[in-house]
Design a protein around this ligand. Structure first.
Ligand SMILES: Cc1cc2nc3c(=O)[nH]c(=O)nc-3n(C[C@H](O)[C@H](O)[C@H](O)COP(=O)(O)O)c2cc1C
Length: 180
């Protein structure tokens, strides 16, 4: 399977990245091909909502903005599995993830049909964390809309200790990766 991981944290070596690395190691151990995208380093302009991308209401993957999304449209299309990994920011997803999600508006949504999605998140609040639950619900709604299969999520608080030192969470992420 082709797995595309989308890291939405501005920290390449932070809590969410640690969780994602464990998941990726698990998936790679089963022979899956993993392409990792760190959204923070990408040049992605916010969607204008101009609908230049639509022909008869269907997205063409052609946007007025010629930036790193141009390549990412192809990468998204080719992936069998999309893994969203981002920290909770204000009970929601960080801008790095949101700006990319908005630009998916330009794609033909039928391209997502049958793809799988996983969600990994970290936060600083206590458990249970309503921000993590809201983000999970958002992604589940998006999966319903796009005909994707929401396969699972892992939400970990970094309040007590950094995720890097949370062996139980890392083991859970690794096991989740092995089950893709
Ligand atoms: C702008 C901003 C907003 C945040 N909002 C929340 C929040 O709503 N709820 C929460 O529990 N933690 C919140 N946090 C804490 C982060 O989610 C937490 O530190 C996370 O583990 C950071 O992950 P990272 O190391 O991958 O960047 C916020 C942090 C920042 C910088």
């Amino acid at each position: 399977m082709k797995i595309l991981t989308l890291l939405g944290s501005p920290k390449k070596d932070g809590n969410t990245a640690a969780l994602l690395k464990a998941f990726t190691d698990g998936a790679a151990s089963k022979g899956h091909e993993v392409e990792a995208v760190w959204l923070h380093e990408k040049d992605i302009t916010p969607c204008n909502g101009c609908r230049f991308c639509k022909v008869d209401g269907v997205g063409t993957s052609k946007c007025v903005h010629d930036d790193d999304m141009t390549e990412l449209y192809g990468t998204l299309k080719d992936a069998d599995v999309i893994v969203h990994a981002f920290p909770v920011y204000w009970w929601s997803m960080p801008a790095q993830t949101k700006v990319m999600m908005d630009r998916i508006y330009a794609m033909d949504y039928s391209l997502f049909n049958g793809k799988a999605m996983y969600f990994l998140t970290t936060y600083n609040g206590a458990d249970p964390n309503s921000g993590a639950a809201l983000c999970e619900n958002t992604l589940k709604e998006i999966c319903d809309y796009l005909g994707m299969d929401f396969k699972g999520s892992l939400a970990v608080s970094a309040r007590a200790n950094p995720v890097k030192e949370n062996k139980e969470a890392l083991d859970r992420a690794y096991r989740m990766g092995t089950k893709v």
